[in-house]
Design a protein around this ligand. Sequence first.
Ligand code: PRP
Ligand code: HPA
Ligand code: MG
Length: 194
Amino acid sequence: MSNAVSAPGALGPDHGYGPDIDHVLLSEEQIRDKIAELAAQVTADYAGKEVLLVGVLKGAVLFMSDFARALQIPTQMEFMAVSSYGSATSSSGVVRILKDLDRDITGKHVLVLEDIIDSGLTLSWLLKNLGGRSPASLEVCALLRKPDAVKVEVPVKYIGFDIPNEFVIGYGLDYAERYRDLPYIGTLKPEVYQ
Ligand SMILES: O=P(O)(O)OC[C@H]1O[C@H](OP(=O)(O)OP(=O)(O)O)[C@H](O)[C@@H]1O
Ligand code: HPA
Ligand SMILES: [Mg+2]
């Protein structure tokens, strides 16, 4: 993986988290460029249709916000909150719905937005759940995927970056609810976990 860029401090505001950051994997600019690319693909693929974006809270909130603005087609937004991690760094495998969609998705073109596919357990569960609600179509757009961590293969049409199998934070991704507000994606120093 050749995405490692310069020291965290060189990349703009770090919200005071700088000392906790080990290295930056994806800069704000790399993320922005990738979102523009993904949004152009989705805009072309869904031309003439209205898309219902389903953001998976809380991790996908920054991604959804930037992605929706980069799209050039009309979209509506729904959110679902599920949790399989709690404050741990590996999935418990037990997915719980913390907040369901506010409305019926029958006949809608649903595009699920995820920040990360790690084990794939969350998304695999979510696709079964949403697939049972008779959408016109159901696809996934995930910003990050860890190919070496996948336990369940999930059909994903749009992927931003494949990343190494290490715990990452920033741009929506948390460790124990912290670091979501970082504009870039990076890793934490080992001592932060102690
Ligand atoms: O592929 P998996 O191993 O299932 O992991 C991916 C999921 O885990 C994270 O959510 P988390 O449960 O931490 O909730 P959060 O988004 O509120 O932090 C992440 O946002 C994905 O939804
Ligand atoms: O690497 C990760 N970081 C933060 N949250 C996560 N949820 C699954 N994988 C990750
Ligand atoms: Mg989390």
